[in-house]
Design a protein around this ligand. Structure first.
Ligand code: ZN
Length: 97
């Protein structure tokens, strides 16, 4: 496990425990500023079952732009030979990058 992941795990664990310890305080604060009523109004108006279904379907269908084309249409930076396999070796000119 990399050091960065360990740090992130430790910080998120401490943050999670802190948040769970003060969850009632946060709930009272959200209620006092009116965020709960606003969220209920938004949920009733805009987040119907159909809207949630469409949002989830779009999130599933969206891919990173160029991710699929990068995997299929790669070219050697030296000789511009089209590469069909993964890796950093060109079988045409023998270059490795
Ligand atoms: Zn090449």
């Amino acid at each position: 496990m990399a050091l960065g992941i360990r740090r992130l795990l430790a910080v998120s664990l401490v943050g999670g425990v802190f948040l769970m310890g003060n969850i009632m305080l946060l709930a009272h604060w959200f209620d006092s500023i009116g965020a709960v009523d606003f969220a209920n109004a938004v949920r009733e108006q805009f987040l119907t079952g159909t809207a949630i279904t469409i949002i989830v379907a779009l999130l599933i269908l969206l891919v990173h732009p160029g991710a699929e084309s990068d995997r299929i249409l790669r070219q050697c930076p030296v000789c511009n030979h089209r590469l069909f396999c993964r890796g950093s070796f060109c079988s045409e000119c023998g270059s490795k990058w």
